[in-house]
Design a binder for this molecule. Structure first.
Ligand SMILES: NC(=O)C1=CN([C@@H]2O[C@H](COP(=O)(O)OP(=O)(O)OC[C@H]3O[C@@H](n4cnc5c(N)ncnc54)[C@H](OP(=O)(O)O)[C@@H]3O)[C@@H](O)[C@H]2O)C=CC1
Ligand SMILES: CCCCCC(=O)/C=C/[C@H]1[C@H](O)CC(=O)[C@@H]1CCCCCCC(=O)O
Length: 331
């Protein structure tokens, strides 16, 4: 008999998540039926959307999320023991699923020497996001200036490197000098601005004296207003996220300055992106990122928290900006 541990959303978040918003429970799992398999979590992802989407969950239900899990028992020919899957199995240590079961599981490609956890980041949904959103919406051209907010995170750090491969000037916005300098020293960013310390408007003018052509937005709010005011004619804005508003009530988001006048004057294009429709194309981004990783063209970093019991801590620390690169939990 297998006992699964799982984190429930005990209370809806009010502002940043608190430890007592979560409840860890144990559940005895039934025997497998034909076609089913039992997977044991190895790595679990913590992502900003979990805070944004939490209002959709009923209190007392499991926290949503993706994980990499090892098949430890199976009655499914398609999912044999010993293989690893990626799936939306939520915040739980053991899950019973099947080919068309919960979490849309898929067998991981052979990553050879690369860590399994990469399948939650650069070789998973965040990587799929970075790859398709930036190229399809920003449509960068060589020599253009690209600004990325949330630049030192899972998505932003990949976007910045893809922008460099497109021969763009790349400026990252992040919340610490350590993270900003890491982007410059290790990921090839041309410069960074620490929005928590610097005068963003002045620093952006200094870093991009000829103006900004592409803005990859993970943050929204006044940070984005400041960037948009400095964009060039026909600039492109990809709205990938709005993390500055996630800790607020989704029905009453923060008030920000009007940007439509700047959009009008500069004839800017702004488009929101959702990665779900690109799930069917994830192998394209995985294969391209694998090629770049192996060729040394794409660097990748993770912030790994040890212990399933530390999921809430890892989640809060990611939202507070204490992660560099993709935040994951190792069971
Ligand atoms: N549209 C889609 O389909 C997808 C959207 N996303 C979005 O992309 C964004 C980044 O996600 P991901 O890369 O997974 O997360 P990250 O790894 O970037 O972690 C979140 C980061 O956001 C920054 N942050 C937190 N609060 C604020 C704030 N108030 N103002 C400015 N920055 C803040 C922190 O870094 P710091 O403050 O140090 O800069 C923190 O490290 C999110 O908005 C997410 O919702 C992600 C995947 C798919
Ligand atoms: C409200 C703003 C959310 C912005 C979208 C976002 O951050 C998406 C994140 C993806 C992450 O990279 C991994 C995923 O699977 C996320 C997309 C799937 C979200 C489904 C959430 C479950 C639900 O339907 O409530």
């Amino acid at each position: 008999m297998v006992v699964a541990r799982k984190f429930l959303l005990a209370k809806h978040f009010v502002g940043p998540p608190n430890a007592d918003d979560f409840k860890i429970v144990e559940e005895e799992l039934p025997d497998l039926k034909d076609g089913e398999f039992l997977a044991e979590a190895v790595y679990l992802s913590v992502d900003p959307y979990m805070r944004a989407y939490s209002y959709r969950l009923s209190e007392g239900t499991p926290m949503v999320g993706n994980q990499v899990a090892k098949i430890i028992e199976s009655k499914s020919d398609d999912f044999p023991v010993g293989k690893y899957v990626a799936a939306q199995f939520d915040w739980q240590t053991h899950t019973i699923s099947s080919a068309d079961g919960v979490g849309s599981p898929y067998i991981l490609p052979d990553l050879e020497d690369l860590p399994l956890s990469y399948s939650l980041g650069v070789l998973g949904s965040p990587g799929n996001t970075a790859y398709f959103s930036f190229l399809d919406i920003c449509k960068p051209k060589a020599g253009e200036t690209v600004v990325i907010s949330g630049a030192a995170g899972a998505v932003g750090s990949i976007v910045g490197q893809i922008a460099k491969m497109q021969s763009c000037e790349v400026i990252g916005i992040t919340g610490s000098d350590d993270k900003g300098q890491y982007l410059v020293d290790n990921f090839g960013f041309d410069s960074y601005v620490n929005y928590k310390r610097d005068n963003l408007e002045e620093q952006l003018k200094r870093a991009a004296p000829e103006g900004i052509d592409c803005y990859f937005d993970n943050v929204a709010g006044e940070i984005s207003t400041t960037v948009i005011k400095q964009m060039n004619m026909f600039g492109r804005i990809c709205v990938c996220g709005s993390i500055s508003s996630y800790n607020t009530d989704i029905s009453d988001p923060p008030k920000v300055s009007c940007i439509q006048l700047h959009m009008l004057q500069k004839q800017l294009v702004m488009q929101g992106f959702q990665v779900i429709p690109y799930r069917s194309r994830i192998l394209e981004s995985i294969n391209q990122h694998l090629e770049w990783l192996r060729a040394g063209k794409l660097k990748y970093v993770e912030t790994i928290t040890e212990g399933f019991e530390n999921m809430p801590k890892a989640f809060s620390e990611m939202l507070e900006g204490r992660n560099l690169g993709k935040a994951v939990v190792k069971v």
